[in-house]
Structures are given as C-alpha cells and as structure tokens.
Design a protein around this ligand. Structure first.
Ligand code: PLP
Length: 387
C-alpha cells in the first residue's frame, strides 16, 4: 500500500519497542532485568480509582466537552495558580489524551512548514518526530555533562535563526533527570523574550524531585514570559496513571481554542469517567506522591552508587524524574550495540542513548524494585568487564 510521505520521515518510538521486546522475553520465561520502562511501577492510588468508579456508576459514560470536563479544567487551573504561580483560568486549559497528545496538538496548532523548533539534546524521543509530523524543522542543540545536560544561554543564542519559533524545555528532563534552576530559567527567558520565541514547557515530571530541588515553571519568571509560555503536563508520571491517558495544555486563549478545535475533529473528549479520577488526583491527599518519591529516592541512591562503581560507566545524580542517564563512552561501544548485546547476552533491557540524541549514553529507568536494580547492575558490570 502506498503510504503518505510524512510517515516515511517518522521513526517509531524506540523506548516503546524495547520495552515491548523485554516484556515479550519475560513472557517467554526468560529472566529479564528491565530498566526500559517509562512508567512508575506502582498501581494508581486507590482514592483516584474510587473516584473514577463512582463517576462510572453515576453515568459519566457519555460524550463530554472536547476541551474537558469543567470540573477538571477548574481543578487544573487552581493547581497551576497555587503550585506553579501561573495565572491560568479554566478557559486557558484543554484536557488531552496524555502529555504526548498535548505536545502533538500544540505543534499541529502552531507550526507552519519549515518553522524551526529548538530541541536541547538529550531530548525525549518524541519531540523531533512530532515536530516533523507537524511540518516543522527540529533544530537539535547538543548539551554536555559539564553543563549538566542543560542548554546554555550562549547555545540558545547561536541556534536562533529568523525561522525559529519554539524552544522546548523539559524540566525535570527525560532522559537526564536534570532540573533548571530559577536563575538558569531567567537567563533563558531573557533571550526568548528578546527574540519573540515561544517556550513549550513539558512539566510532566514536576512532582518527582529529590533533595529539596526547586522546580519552577519558566512561565513564572515574568508576565512577559508567561505570555510566551505553553505548559504541557499530565497525570501519568506523578500519580502513576500511565494507562489512563489524561494530560492537559495550559496557554493563551487562542491556542486553547485551536487545540480544542483539533480535538473536536479528531479525538473528541478524553474518557469521561477517567477525568473524575484526575480531579481526585489533584484535589485528594498528596501522600501517595510522597510515598512513591520515598521509594524512588532510595532506588536513585542505590543505582547511582552501583553504576559509578563500574569501570567505564559514569552518571550524574538526577534532580528529578526516575532515570539514570549513563555515559558509556569508556566502553568504546555505540549505544545500539551496547544495548543489543546487553539484552541478548545478559538479559538486561536499557534504552540506547541514540534515541535521545546521545549515542555515547544509555538510559536506565529505576522505576523498578531494588532487587532488580542490584541484579541488573551486577549483570551490567559483568558485561562491561567482558568488553
Ligand atoms: N513528556 C515526557 C518528557 C515524557 O517522558 C512522556 C512519557 O514518557 C510524556 C511527555 C508523555 O506522557 P503521557 O502521554 O503518558 O502523559
């Protein structure tokens, strides 16, 4: 069958593919240590599930507004005002089928052919592909471990051309876990304002922060920056709701209207009763987030110590999220060869850094139990020593 040219330019998600392969090997009875998952290994908290069940039983089973249930838009606006100091009203919010859908819709609504989008690398795998699908041009800026994998003001300035429209910020970052400090955000905001760019700020890991790290939205830097910021967020990571598929966009009214129109002609509303679970997530006790964070904190320390004890590997300690971004340059292998051999010969699944624009790295998710972390790191150690 003849497929559209646009599909030929898009690479399938490598993280989903490797995760699927590891799960299939597990099903075949192979003892796999998997660090490929991009999702918390906890069940959705019970009070969130209960709220969805109550809504389901109360008949919240019909079509709803394309922009989302009014109660959820209100709860999100309230959260953004109180937690993030961003003055959004419910009409500035559109509920989407997850953070991925939020970002896809934002790019579709904003980009014309050839518009440039600056993407700091290492980046989340889907950004360049989504930009291409929306006929934009990804402009990749490679950051360094010395700069803690964050784009510097000088790098940003150098990447800007007359076609630049958007800068993507992702803090805390997938895959590096790094968080931009308020001062770093102010320096970037000054350049964004000077060049009249827009920032798409992907804040999906904002609840997962360690050691008292402060997470600030770039939109909170100033009113001028607020006007140039679009927030993409979702419930998947912070509340362990990956399969629920609920996210949101917050931004200027004209963009929210455009995204709502797109949804009205493509996906319609997000699952109605699921949105009531999301309301409970925001309005209920946040102890569940704290409990997950306590587990992640212990694992982060454990995996960090084990990795840095393996000659040839090194990693920085992440400020947030649940990933270790491991430098494998010392092994002399490229990331695909490293990951392929590791999975085939040692039954350990990690994601090659090439998927994130960094071929001398691999990503290991520590959204798994300590026992798996210890066994997996021992296997990685054996593998690296064998090279
Ligand atoms: N943004 C980042 C940085 C992510 O890592 C992910 C998921 O892995 C998403 C967005 C999308 O999340 P979801 O569509 O599950 O809400």
């Amino acid at each position: 069958m003849k497929l559209a040219a646009r599909i030929g330019h898009v690479t399938p998600s490598m993280t989903l593919a490797i995760d699927a392969k590891a799960k299939a090997m597990k099903r075949d009875g192979i003892d796999i240590c998997s660090f490929s998952a991009g999702e918390p290994d906890f069940d959705t908290p019970q009070h969130i599930k209960n709220a969805a069940i109550v809504a389901l039983n109360a008949g919240k089973t019909r079509y709803g507004p394309a922009a989302g249930e009014p109660g959820l838009r209100e709860a999100i606006a309230h959260k953004l005002q109180h937690d993030n100091h961003l003055d959004y009203k419910p009409e500035n919010i559109v509920v989407t089928n997850g953070g991925k859908h939020s970002l896809f819709n934002i790019f579709l609504a904003l980009l014309d052919e050839g518009d440039e989008v600056i993407i700091p690398a290492p980046f989340w795998v889907s950004y360049p592909e989504m930009v291409k699908l929306a006929t934009g041009t990804p402009v990749i800026v490679h950051t360094t471990p010395e700069a803690r994998y964050k784009i510097t003001p000088e790098q940003l300035r150098q990447a800007i051309t007359p076609r630049t429209r958007i800068l993507i910020m992702n803090s805390p970052s997938n895959p590096t876990g790094m968080v931009y400090s308020p001062d770093e955000l102010r320096a970037i905001a000054a350049i964004v304002i000077e060049h009249e760019l827009i920032v798409v700020s992907d804040e999906i890991y904002e609840r997962l922060l360690y050691d008292g790290t402060e997470q600030m939205s770039i939109g909170a830097v100033s009113q001028e920056m607020f006007d140039r910021t679009i927030i993409s967020n979702g419930f998947a990571k912070g509340y362990s709701m990956t399969g629920w598929r609920i996210g949101y966009v917050a931004g200027p009214l004209d963009l929210i209207k455009a995204v709502t129109t797109l949804q009205s002609q493509s996906t319609s509303n997000v699952c109605t009763f699921a949105q009531y679970g999301a309301i409970a997530a925001l309005e209920g006790s946040q102890d569940c987030v704290q409990e997950m964070l306590t587990a992640f904190t212990a694992r982060r320390q454990g995996i960090y110590d084990l990795i840095n004890g393996i000659p040839g590997l090194s990693c920085l300690k992440p400020d947030g999220a649940f990933y270790m971004f491991i430098n494998i340059a010392g092994t002399g292998l490229d990331s695909l060869t490293f990951c392929d051999k590791l999975l085939t010969d040692y039954q350990v699944a990690v994601i090659p850094g090439i998927a994130f624009g960094a071929d001398d790295h691999i990503r290991a998710s520590y959204a798994t139990d300590m026992k798996t972390i210890e066994r997996g790191m021992e296997r990685i150690s054996k593998f690296v020593r064998s090279i």
